[in-house]
Design a protein around this ligand. Sequence first.
Ligand code: NDP
Length: 331
Amino acid sequence: MSYLAAPDRYDTMTYRRCGKSGLLLPALSLGLWHNFGAIDDLDNARQMLRTAFDHGITHFDLANNYGPPPGSAESSFGQLFQQDFVTHRDELIISTKAGYTMWAGPYGDWGSKKYLVSSLDQSLRRMGLDYVDIFYHHRPDPNTPLEETMVALDGIVRSGKALYVGISNYGAREAKQAIQMLRELGTPCLIHQPRYSLFDRWVEKKLLHVLHHEGVGCIPFSPLAQGLLTNKYLAGIPADSRAASHRGNGALEEGAVTEDKLRKIRALNEIAQQRGQSLAQFALAWILKDPRISSVLIGASKPAQIVDSIGCLKNISFSAGELKKINGILG
Ligand code: NDP
């Protein structure tokens, strides 16, 4: 059935400025790493995109290798985009990335100009787009001069194939170098995409400070630790969960659901309940309490999860007492 976007889609979402740029991002963005591949149900994927957009989520995040198989999330997205969203192109921020293994031979991985330019051309073909809004280098490459990778990103913006560029999984020191190089080239780094959740707080040491100081936005990924920071694993590993899915490609595995994690999840869930939030809402609100965060990049396997997660926006402030308790639980 043809899609009519909800007329009230901009009424409740909040939008945050991405660093010192002109771009506003929704407080929650939707990532297509899992559940949008060729092995997944296309109609469920369609319903998730529609649900997200109907609630003001204007940013969809992809990468060349999302699937499985790699490339298929972009192909599925392209198909659904053409059917449902083509008339909304100017309301959408669509991102993709290159940096992990994508095709055989020496030019399908890491950070050379050859790889980045070819990969973006492939991504645009799969999605049926003329340009992406944000193109990322997906991970640092220890063997390619940083300057070559940054010159490639700058050239991509100048070619009109991306409006903005970003980096992902860069440590604080290498991020600072990349940001400075891009600035000198005349293409400011828009955004950094690091992993960040209650269970993985490495960005708090230095990276968030560097990004804030440089005026670069931050969009954390896996804010729910791939589903661990929800109430779904409290009574075992459900058959329809990511941990039970054996999807590979970095997806959460059963072995990650440890007794130590469950003890922490149960204790955090008690605070969430006292706040009147689901554990997912609590974990997302905890990230959004920091104004240096531009947007939080959620994943989902069902439309209802997206609606639940958006509910976090009703309360993103934490008392000093709550924060102390949380830190105590996490050790
Ligand atoms: P999350 O930590 O948000 O995990 C998403 C999973 O959590 C869902 O698939 C679902 O699991 C579960 N879930 C989500 N919402 C709820 C809810 N409200 N209630 C209960 N369970 C819920 O994020 P992802 O790990 O999926 O990462 C998000 C995005 O970040 C990716 O799609 C991608 O765009 C980006 N990313 C970037 C990386 C990078 O290197 N730059 C690496 C990884 C991700 P289930 O499937 O079990 O139902």
